[in-house]
Every structure is written in C-alpha cells, then in structure tokens.
Ligand binder design. Sequence first.
Ligand SMILES: CC(C)(COP(=O)(O)OP(=O)(O)OC[C@H]1O[C@@H](n2cnc3c(N)ncnc32)[C@H](O)[C@@H]1OP(=O)(O)O)[C@@H](O)C(=O)NCCC(=O)NCCS
Length: 264
Amino acid sequence: MVLVDLSANRRRERLAARLLDAAEQDRAARLVLPGAGREFVLCRAALRALLCSALDCDNADLTFRTETHGKPYALVGGRVAPVSFNVSHSGDHGLIAIAPHGRVGVDIETHDWAFDLPARLLSVFSARERGDFAETRDDARWRLRFYRYWTLKESLIKGVGLGFAMNTAKFDLPSALRRGEADGVFRFHHQPTANWHLATFGNRAFTAAVAIDHSGRGMPPNGTGLPSPRTRRCRFSRIPAGPRDSGPPARRRLVCHSRPTPNP
Ligand SMILES: CC(C)(COP(=O)(O)OP(=O)(O)OC[C@H]1O[C@@H](n2cnc3c(N)ncnc32)[C@H](O)[C@@H]1OP(=O)(O)O)[C@@H](O)C(=O)NCCC(=O)NCCS
C-alpha cells in the first residue's frame, strides 16, 4: 500500500501531469471542484509509476478501462494486466493498494473536525452499527468511529466494484472491527466463500481502510492474512539525468520513502 502526498505543489503537479495520457489529461482539465484535478493527477501518476514498476512495463504502454460501475483495471499493450489495484483520494491524502491477484478496495478520508456531519449520512450504516453510534457519547470518539466505519464500508464496496450501487446498510462490519480492533474478516451472505480481509489504519490527519479478497489463494495461515498495514509515502522527483538527457515523460518516476503509518 502506498500513501501519496497530494498537497499542492506546482512542480510535482507538472511532472505528474506529463505521465498521464491524453484522455486522462482531458479528464483532469474537466475536474472543476477545488483540488479535484490535483488529486486526480497526482494519484493517477503515482498509480502509473507503481503499476509500471510492478508490471515492468513502459508508461506509454499502460492504459486503463473501467468495469460497469467505474472500477478501473489496467491494460499493458492493450491486454488486461495480471494485477489488482484500487485508489482513493481525499484532500492532501491519496492511497493506492496493489495486489497480484484477487479483488482489492481502499478508502481514505481526511479528517475534517469542523465539518458538521449530517445525520442522514448514518443511513449508510446497518441498524447494529447505528446502535454503536448511539452509544458513543464523546464527540471525538464518535467522529473517529464514523471515519473508521465509513472507510471500512467503502473499501468493501470498492473491492467488490459496485461502489454505492450496493446498499451498505444491509450488512454489518465484523464485530472485531466494531470493537476497535485493527483488522477482521468479512463475508457477504450471498457469497460465503469469499473472505474479505479488512484492515483499518490512520493518524491524526486521516483514516483509511483496505479490503482484500484473495478467494483462498495464497493466504498465510495466521491471523487475517493481512500484514499490519505498512505504507510508503510517495513524492515525485526526476530521475537523475545526464547533461543531454532531458528525460521523456515515461522516464520520470516516483521516489518512495518507507515509513510505517501509526494507528490513531
Ligand atoms: C466508487 C465510489 C464509492 C468512490 O467514491 P469517492 O469516495 O468519491 O472516491 P475515492 O476517492 O474513494 O475513490 C475514487 C477512485 O475509486 C476508483 N473507482 C471508481 N469507481 C469505482 C468502483 N465502482 N469500484 C471501485 N473503485 C472505483 C477510481 O480509481 C477512482 O479514482 P480515479 O477517478 O482517480 O481513478 C463512488 O464513486 C461510487 O459509488 N461509484 C459507483 C457509481 C455507480 O454505481 N455508477 C453506475 C454507473 S457508472
């Protein structure tokens, strides 16, 4: 998993934009909400760099298509690439998960303590989960619970690929996660053989979650099978170039600094 720094930085945004293809640049230009274009450009460029590294391919050969409900998948040279990934961005924070197989979903939410969370947002939670909120009196705990439940649910529906076309109020998060543990396993009633390994993490600035269904392939026997979420932080930088080598866009890359993310 990789955390992407999406904070405003003209130089990085210019470098990142050069990694995008014409359709992506066109899409970025049409994103008018404040920060939306920057989030998309920096996150998509980071995704491109990471996928090129994982698939050992050139940036120019990498394209994306989407499933029916919008979940992107990658193609290299026009062929579907053997890799799973998912992306989320919120304010200055982006999150990318890449897995060799299975389905993966991620969500990250930047904390906004001033934002007055409308009560109607609770409709995305099940009756049991709404009960948990009713029992949480302290405002800060209530908000952290909100971000935790929200990102966990969204990581699941993004893992499945249906997004909010799914009714998230129809299922309960695993009790371990509702009790405050950092990971747990989830099964949809209609799909009991799929084991979704869920994990939550974050810090003072954000809460994030990841959901992975390996469908029983290659999972370690201990625990949930998820390593404790470790993230790397990414920023763009140029590949050191020789005097006459200005470096075409495909040869610009990310520099990732390894740093574990503490839990809140
Ligand atoms: C997927 C969804 C939950 C994302 O919500 P969000 O909180 O605004 O956005 P996030 O930052 O967490 O995630 C955005 C990323 O998720 C990915 N994504 C988009 N749709 C997705 C889906 N259905 N499943 C999984 N991932 C999806 C994309 O990579 C997107 O980033 P990008 O646009 O930069 O490539 C929401 O857009 C949704 O419910 N979409 C489904 C809509 C639908 O059913 N449409 C039907 C007709 S197309």
